[in-house]
Design a protein around this ligand. Structure first.
Ligand code: AMP
Length: 434
């Protein structure tokens, strides 16, 4: 299968080749013809599968070949996303895919001034990428109208619901014209997502390219048991062994991430961090510094776990395990992308055994353990066995330290304490046509 056979405009096929895409990925092979045929789409796909181009290329084709010129304050297509990071990343990708096409594209999200976004909307936009909250603000201020809307993309729809955007999402959907094409992408499928799909999609084509709740196959995953207080020291040892490779480290709390960043810098390493307490411009700066190689280590909370596009990241380390098992899949999905090999190491202390058991149940495998010489834990991490009868996990304790929770801000750890239950909800009931 080649891009040329998918029916896209020549300019888009050429761009794909120039970007080094020799052939479409499985989701692109299935989604592109379906979107070009005007069908709604319900797609199970994670970041790393090429899903952005799967909707962006046919979207750009459709906007270039159909529909009237966009009027002031109108948008012809809307891509709804859960986070600012994803909005920015999609903007970059879309601009890349749209080279040479006279289309106006912009991203709008909260945490930054609304005025430049209103200015951009004045002339109308062919593509608006937005987070639901800011989009509603813009709509309520009459800065955006939807009468010309042809196409809606819901990207990472599961994450949008996890982050508590259900109401905003319904409000936005209620304001859109019923006559439109809708593409819904989600890594996991909860009852809420299925409900959303059944009410908002019209006879969709279902695509499932990623085995749900499984981790990327070309990622070597294992864990090192270690006492909690020795984790930073162990991390430094691992870094010494592994040389100068770029590295993404995940921590559970903002405070933990900040402390580790300081420890790494104090050890003479080039590190930056990305977490919810940082204002948006510094988060973007940290990401840009990491992508450009200016800093070698990026320490992040789960806010950065999804939608971060770093093509050949060889290594992810979990300084702590996430308290929502699905976040483990998203964290380690940052490596081993686009066919590359990756490695994901988790540093696990005895108090995290419940999180570990939940992760292993979800991914249906027991993570191999390898002790690091000199770091044998005093507090043994109890053995776990994936697939054993499921003991009800204790409710994860909230982080003791509350000082990092900014006043009036939402603490992601708290949001994550009520995870969706996709695995159980869909077991035995195939959601997708083969
Ligand atoms: P995504 O899942 O959209 O975040 O894409 C993951 C990565 O795969 C990005 O770095 C894309 O540039 C890359 N990519 C997307 N489509 C292809 C393709 N057909 N061939 C090679 N790489 C691709």
């Amino acid at each position: 299968m080649t891009f040329a056979r998918l029916g896209l405009l020549d300019i888009l096929t050429t761009t794909a080749h120039e970007l080094g895409y020799s052939q479409p990925t499985p989701i692109q092979q299935q989604a592109i013809p379906a979107v070009l045929a005007g069908r709604d789409l319900l797609a199970a796909a994670q970041t790393g599968t090429g899903k952005t181009a799967a909707f962006a290329l046919p979207l750009l084709h459709t906007l270039s070949t159909e529909g009237a010129r966009v009027s002031a304050n109108h948008v012809r297509s809307l891509i709804l996303v859960p986070t600012r990071e994803l909005a920015d990343q999609l903007l970059t990708s879309l601009q890349r895919y749209a080279q040479g096409l006279p289309l106006r594209i912009h991203a709008a999200y909260g945490g930054v001034s609304i005025n430049p976004q209103m200015m951009k909307l004045r002339k109308g936009l062919d593509i608006l990428i937005a987070t639901p909250g800011r989009l509603l603000d813009l709509y309520q201020q009459n800065a955006v109208r939807f009468d010309q809307l042809q196409l809606l993309v819901l990207d990472e729809a599961d994450r949008m619901l996890d982050l508590g955007f259900a109401q905003e999402l319904q409000a936005v959907l209620g304001a859109l014209p019923k006559q439109r094409q809708t593409l819904l992408f989600s890594a996991t499928f909860s009852d809420a997502i299925r409900q959303l799909a059944s009410t908002r999609l019209h006879n969709p084509i279902s695509i499932d390219v990623s085995p749900r709740n499984s981790t990327a196959r070309n990622v070597k995953q294992w864990l090192i048991p270690v006492d909690k207080k020795r984790k930073p020291e162990l991390l430094l040892t691992l870094l010494e062994q592994r040389g100068n490779k770029p590295l993404l480290v995940f921590g559970r709390t903002r405070k933990g991430v900040q402390q580790l960043e300081q420890q790494l810098i104090a050890a003479g390493l080039r590190a930056d961090s990305i977490h919810g307490d940082k204002p948006q411009p510094s988060r973007l700066r940290a990401l840009a510094r990491f992508k450009s190689g200016e800093v070698r280590i990026l320490v992040a909370t789960d806010v950065a776990a999804r939608g971060l596009d770093i093509p050949d990241l060889p290594l992810v380390i979990n300084l702590d395990l996430p308290n929502v098992a699905e976040d483990y899949i998203h964290r380690i999905g940052r490596t081993g992308r686009a066919g590359n090999q990756g490695e994901a190491i988790s540093l696990v202390s005895a108090d995290e055994v419940e999180y570990l058991a939940a992760i292993e149940r979800l991914i249906k495998q027991t993570l191999p353990r390898e002790e690091e010489p000199g770091f044998s834990p005093e507090h043994r991490v109890p053995t776990t066995q994936a697939g054993q009868p499921q003991k009800k996990p204790k409710k994860p304790k909230k982080p003791k330290d509350k000082t990092s929770v900014g006043k009036g801000k939402i603490h992601l750890g708290e949001l994550f304490e009520a995870p969706p239950k996709p695995a159980r909800a869909i077991r035995g009931k195939p959601l997708f046509k083969k």
